[in-house]
Design a protein around this ligand. Structure first.
Ligand SMILES: [Zn+2]
Length: 83
């Protein structure tokens, strides 16, 4: 007889069922210009630009890979990439 698996696959960690999460659901569903960046996790529209691997040349910062992070998620210690 095959042993029953101790693990099972779920679709992903569901967000906690709190009042705040309900508000986030509403915010994410609000209309916005199609081109506006919005966090897919919290619904925030405040972003931060970061650079990875920038070089210092003659006293100036240059190069590096630009990335856009959600500012409100970042404040909570989460790194959510927007682009
Ligand atoms: Zn966010």
């Amino acid at each position: 007889m095959p042993e029953k698996s101790k693990f099972h696959v779920i679709a992903g960690t569901p967000p906690p069922a709190t009042q705040l999460e309900e508000v986030r659901k509403i915010v994410r569903a609000m209309p916005k210009p199609a081109s506006m960046l919005q966090c897919h996790r919290c619904g925030g529209r405040e972003i931060m630009e970061t650079k990875i691997g920038a070089l210092l040349k003659n006293g100036k910062v240059s190069g590096g890979t630009k990335q856009y992070l959600c500012a409100s998620c970042f404040l909570k210690g989460e790194r959510v990439l927007l682009k």
